[in-house]
Ligand binder design. Structure first.
Ligand code: OOG
Ligand code: NI
Length: 435
């Protein structure tokens, strides 16, 4: 019998094995991440595991997928529910970024500290907004909706098994193995030909729209290991000849506590795909849409801390317009030192970060709560830096309405508020020590 948590851990392993055969640079990234973590633990035995045990961090991955419709989103939500992964948070990546990103997103992940400790696998999941007139006019929307309605990303048998697993809290061995095989296959790169003209029409608007609506199947876009020292990882990947994007997204490296999430990535090599030409012939070609990403996680910030973070990002933007990535990083550090307390005590005193309390050997010990979610700004940056083309859109038109209620309605599931989850974890730990 595989219970929910065993299914999630096994699914993460299956996906990792599959993705490693599709994108060999991913294996290099995982090996390098493991080496960084081992070395970091050796160098800092007292503090390295403060934000997660080495076993959890080494096994930790997040994936990213992109779907086209509310129905596809609901079906993938059912698959994730079988794995104990629930939708958390609403991210709207339309509008503000320089790159055309006609999507909204959520993250499927375990929601309790116990489940996260057993296996923290999460998937950042984006859904195309086909009725957003800034990107798609009425005719194109109609064609796009018809294309999306004609495909089936998640076949009935796998969705039905997922529903059974959710209802029963797991599956017997043979069904579990079938489910894992079939669910993993849903995210394999297809060999079905891509209609080149259709793909290119969408790519002119948005590379992400083409990756979602220009192809007959979906695929895992990236699978991200977690490291304890992303700066070290960046150097080691560069030394191995892998060209990283020129920035680490999110907070800078500094002497104070790590908060939220730092991420960086590299462009995957062009991948072989088959294309159908306008004359009906099928030819070999390449597409470059998948990439490698890595992350370092920090402390979860309270709403006040998050507001401060957002203000610091604005200040960095104002001061760093037109400068080199190195100068931008130095400015980030400056801004951090000017605004953020340099210690966990300071973060707690000012109510900026979430902590929990435990009794260890009769003493009350405070530990930080790790940030388990994503950052819209960093996500937009990761999308943008891995697209060849910014695409196009008409910003004079009104965007269409999307929010967490739309997501919840589409999936018929609760979309959790990340802040409420951290708050509940913190409050529960206080109650335990008060008793
Ligand atoms: C998702 C990009 C965002 C992250 O870690 O912020 C992301 C995608 O490329 O589909 O993965
Ligand atoms: Ni990612």
């Amino acid at each position: 019998m595989y219970d929910t948590h065993a299914l999630r851990a096994a699914f993460a392993r299956h996906l990792s094995a599959m993705y490693g055969t599709e994108v060999p640079a991913y294996n290099t990234l995982v090996d390098t991440s493991t080496a960084v973590n081992t070395d970091h633990l050796t160098a800092h035995p007292g503090t390295a595991e403060r934000l997660g045990t080495i076993d959890r961090v080494t096994a930790e991955r997040h994936g990213a997928i992109r779907v086209g419709t509310a129905r596809e989103l609901a079906r993938v939500a059912q698959i994730f529910a079988a794995l104990g992964m629930e939708p958390v948070g609403f991210y709207d990546l339309r509008g503000d970024a320089a790159t055309s990103l006609p999507i909204v997103s959520t993250a499927f992940r375990p929601t309790t500290p116990e489940a996260l400790a057993l296996n923290p696998f999460r998937v950042f999941t984006s859904v195309l907004v086909t009725d957003d007139r800034r990107y798609f006019d009425a005719d194109l929307q109609e064609e796009l909706d018809a294309f999306l309605a004609s495909r089936e990303l998640f076949p009935d048998p796998v969705v039905e098994l997922a529903a059974k697993a959710e209802a029963e809290g797991g599956l017997e061995d043979d069904e579990a193995e079938r489910f894992l095989r079939e669910a993993t296959a849903c995210f394999e790169l297809t060999t079905e030909p891509v209609d080149r003209a259709w793909y290119q029409r969408l790519a002119a608007i948005s590379g992400v729209a083409a990756d979602i609506g220009g192809v007959p199947r979906t695929h895992i876009n990236h699978l991200t290991p977690r490291v304890l020292d992303i700066d070290d990882l960046y150097v080691r990947m560069t030394e191995q000849g892998i060209t990283m994007i020129d920035e680490i997204q999110g907070p800078p490296a500094w002497e104070g506590p790590d908060v939220l999430l730092r991420q960086t990535s590299f462009k995957a090599l062009a991948e072989r795909r088959r294309f159908r030409e306008e004359d009906g012939s099928v030819v070999d070609g390449t597409l470059s849409v998948r990439f490698g990403e890595v992350e370092q996680r920090g402390i979860a910030l309270t709403p006040a801390g998050r507001e401060l973070y957002d203000r610091m990002v604005v200040e960095v933007d104002e001061r760093a317009a037109g400068v080199t990535p190195e100068e931008r990083d130095a400015i980030k550090k400056d801004v951090w030192r000017a605004h953020l307390p340099p210690t966990e005590d300071g973060l707690e005193e000012q109510g900026l970060a979430f902590f929990e309390w435990k009794v260890v050997d009769g003493e009350v010990v405070r530990t930080p709560i790790v940030y388990e979610d994503f950052l819209p700004r960093s996500a937009a940056g990761i999308f943008a830096s891995n697209l060849d083309d910014a695409g196009s859109r008409d910003t004079t038109l009104e965007g269409s309405q999307r929010d967490e209620h739309w997501l919840a309605e589409a999936m018929q599931r609760t979309v959790h508020d990340p802040m409420a989850l951290y708050r509940a974890q913190s409050d529960a730990s206080r109650k335990d020590i008060d008793r």
